[in-house]
Design a protein around this ligand. Structure first.
Ligand code: AMP
Length: 215
């Protein structure tokens, strides 16, 4: 089963994708994570990607679609893909259709996480992750059980994304409204869109997604 998790930054796509990986053995394909790897490299592309990400703008459709294509080429047909943060534009949605067809796959569900935008700024600016295992936390909503120690792996190193500041977040929301939300009607016409209340608890959102996948 291949699915898209759609929603503005901070809607919980990454969190839910990680849970789907754990519960269903699917693979998370996050273009944001792939680009965070790309930007680490001291290359022209790495610097260009870093500048775009820090401004809250979008990286070129060709670059991200090529990344997705390469990941799918390495995946067996039996492993389901969770597209997280991709597609983000109409062109990427078209490219994804072509890529899936080439790999003999098809899109089963587009799950939209519906959220209140104002609450997202607080969600995003407070979030941090374990530098070792990537487990996600939040200053207000989800501190580790022992302060300063990762619940999952015991590491004491944490990190924050450089683009999780209010100014960049507002620009990322604007990009979502202007370029990403308009791809939904096309998927709606195909009858594959389901909506989930992304303001519910992490657990409840996971249950709602599971119910969609097993129906
Ligand atoms: P994310 O981790 O999904 O919030 O993505 C972080 C940043 O990476 C975005 O603000 C964009 O600059 C870039 N990015 C991630 N995915 C895409 C995509 N599909 N298309 C263009 N830019 C992307």
């Amino acid at each position: 089963m291949d699915i898209i998790l759609l929603g503005p930054p901070g809607a919980g796509k990454g969190t839910q994708a990680q849970r789907l990986v754990e519960h269903h053995g699917m693979l998370q394909l996050s273009t944001g994570d792939m680009l965070r790897e790309t930007r680490k490299a001291d290359t022209e592309l790495g610097h260009k990607v870093a500048d775009i990400m820090d401004s809250g703008g979008l990286v070129s459709d060709e670059i991200v679609s090529a990344m997705i294509d390469a990941k799918l080429a390495d995946m067996g047909p039996e492993t389901g893909a969770i597209f997280d943060g991709y597609p983000r534009t109409a062109a990427q949605a078209d490219q994804l259709d072509g890529i899936l067809a080439r790999h003999g796959r098809k899109l089963d569900h587009v799950i939209e996480l519906e959220v209140n935008e104002e609450a997202l700024v607080e969600r995003i600016t407070g979030r941090f992750t374990c530098a070792n295992c990537g487990a996600g936390y939040h200053d207000v909503f989800k501190q580790p059980a022992t302060p300063g120690v990762c619940d999952k792996c015991g590491s004491t190193e944490f990190k924050r994304r450089p683009d999780d500041n209010e100014e960049t977040v507002r620009k990322r929301m604007q990009e979502y409204r202007g370029k990403t939300a308009p791809i939904l009607p096309g998927y709606e016409q195909r009858g594959i869109v389901s909506r989930v209340d992304g303001m519910a608890s992490i657990e409840d959102v996971t249950h709602a997604i599971d119910a969609i996948l097993t129906r």
